[in-house]
Design a protein around this ligand. Structure first.
Ligand code: MN
Length: 192
């Protein structure tokens, strides 16, 4: 019997977002160093260590169109220069699939970008449910002082396309300007 074929439950701690019975996927700075626009700052930070930037759960749910994939994502607080710690971000391999994120703890943003040029940033605060329409790449950004914990759910066969964002970047980044999280055009962005 595969996970997902029978009813089950899992505990996700609402304080730290962690699931004690499952192993998370961790992304340290060295794994995601190309996502930050200030490459010099990134190298400087890496000289002093390799901080954990985020972790999330992939529960090896069945990958059929009628199944759901879910889990938590925890983005840790920190900055590279004026840019906040964030996830790599991705499109779904099946572009016509949406997703919903529910913020349990912390403060941040979800950056959303469509290949037709539309983009949007939504605020994450505890209690906020953010809808990612089909066709939008999405990235979590921690603009607060503690962990940003969200719970997500999407169609299990959607798949992740990380490559498109890896090669192009997001059109807008979020940087700190006078203490305020502010979208900024990505100087390294490559058009579709
Ligand atoms: Mn997704």
């Amino acid at each position: 019997m595969r996970t997902g074929d029978t009813p089950f439950h899992l505990l996700f701690n609402p304080e730290d977002g962690l699931c004690p019975d499952r192993k998370s996927t961790k992304r340290h700075l060295s794994d995601v160093k190309h996502i930050f626009y200030n490459t010099k700052k990134t190298e400087q930070v890496l000289k002093d260590g390799d901080p954990l930037v985020y972790e999330f759960y992939e529960l090896s749910m069945p990958h059929h169109e009628g199944d759901l994939a879910f889990g938590t994502s925890i983005t840790y607080p920190g900055t590279i220069g004026d840019e906040y710690f964030m996830t790599k971000g991705h499109f779904h391999s099946i572009l016509e699939t949406a997703e919903v994120y529910y913020c349990l703890r912390g403060k941040g943003m979800l950056m959303l970008e469509h290949s037709d040029g539309r983009w949007e940033s939504e605020v994450f605060e505890p209690g906020h449910a953010v809808y990612v329409p089909k066709g939008y790449a999405h990235r979590s950004i921690n603009t607060g002082d503690g962990p940003l914990v969200t719970f997500f759910c999407f169609r299990a066969d959607a798949g992740h396309d990380y490559k498109t964002i890896e090669s192009k970047g997001f059109r807008y980044l979020v940087v700190e300007r006078n203490g305020v999280p502010t979208p900024m055009e990505n100087p390294n962005w490559k058009s579709y």
